[in-house]
Design a protein around this ligand. Structure first.
Ligand code: SF4
Ligand code: SF4
Length: 285
């Protein structure tokens, strides 16, 4: 049964604001925020406590959910990165769907970055009010499991893309490396030396380029572009457009004999082809 149905469609929000010892309360007037939030629509209880994440603090939330038939909870405290899970679990233990919870970060975003108590309190009220407004629109969600595709797509075969591809491949995962130019290597292939050691650029790069070609779990698409990405985490669908090479790449050995008979004296980059031949003079490879 949805939480509102239990309360005849009524949204009942519990608001809890944390002092974090003095981390928040030394800059934010916690009592003022608590009393202000108590006046907002749908808020049925507004309380403060020294340490909301402690067991007594969590018990305060659990008891309020049961006593006041809360179907939404907001905690104004630290970053959700620190304690969102703590409070979601507390809500769930009291019978409330864990996604009917919202957190306002009034420590990292307010008390730690301001010293004007009046302005900090006004900002904390705004953060808390926003969280209260938002939580009213939240709906219960259920956690589901779905299969994911662990393959990695890397767009760009410069030195960063090459190194990432090799390291991911070393970890035993499949990599799809897409490079828009006819060859991987990127800008590093154009340098003579690397900063700050002045090592030979090609000596570092070329073994890695060769390695990419030899790894069975790296699928390289050079002279190709990603044209669309759809789907979601772990289930992306990517469309790659391969440009025509006019040679059979399975048979070509890269001997270069055809180049000497080619009427063009320079091999253009993809960008030059798109912009037009006027740029060839300035953008020789
Ligand atoms: S919930 Fe966050 S802000 Fe409150 S006491 Fe714990 S760490 Fe500090
Ligand atoms: S001549 Fe050499 S480089 Fe050119 S297409 Fe034939 S095998 Fe490839």
């Amino acid at each position: 049964m949805a939480q509102e149905e239990k309360n005849n469609g009524e949204v009942r929000i519990g608001f809890f604001i944390c002092h974090c010892g003095v981390n928040i309360s030394s800059t934010v007037n916690v009592a003022e925020v608590r009393d202000y939030i108590a006046t907002l629509p749908n808020v049925v209880i507004s309380q403060d406590y020294k340490f909301m994440c402690s067991d007594p603090g969590q018990d305060m939330i659990k008891n309020a959910i049961k006593t006041h038939k809360l179907n939404r909870v907001v905690v104004a405290a630290c970053s959700p990165l620190m304690h969102e899970l703590t409070f979601r679990n507390a809500c769930e233990k009291a019978g409330l769907n864990r996604y009917l919870f919202q957190m306002a970060n009034i420590r990292e975003h307010v008390s730690w970055v301001h010293d004007d108590r009046v302005k900090a309190t006004t900002k904390a009220k705004a953060h808390a009010r926003a969280a209260v407004s938002r939580v009213a629109y939240q709906t219960p969600l259920e956690i589901t499991k779905s299969k994911i595709n662990p393959d990695t797509l890397i767009i760009g075969g410069g030195i960063a893309g090459i190194q990432a591809a090799l390291e991911i491949a070393d970890s035993g995962n499949n990599v799809i490396l897409v490079e828009k130019e006819p060859s991987i290597g990127g800008k590093m292939a154009l340098f003579d030396k690397t900063f700050p050691t002045l090592d030979c650029s090609a000596c570092i790069l070329t073994p890695k380029m060769v390695s990419v070609g030899h790894r069975e779990n790296i699928k390289l698409y050079s002279w190709a572009e990603v044209v669309s990405v759809s789907g979601y985490l772990g289930n992306f669908k990517v469309k790659i457009k391969k440009h025509a090479r006019y040679v059979d790449t399975d048979k070509c050995t890269g001997c270069g004999q055809c180049w000497s008979h080619c009427p063009a004296t320079k091999f253009p980059t993809r960008r030059q082809i798109i912009i037009g031949k006027d740029t060839l003079v300035n953008e020789k490879r």
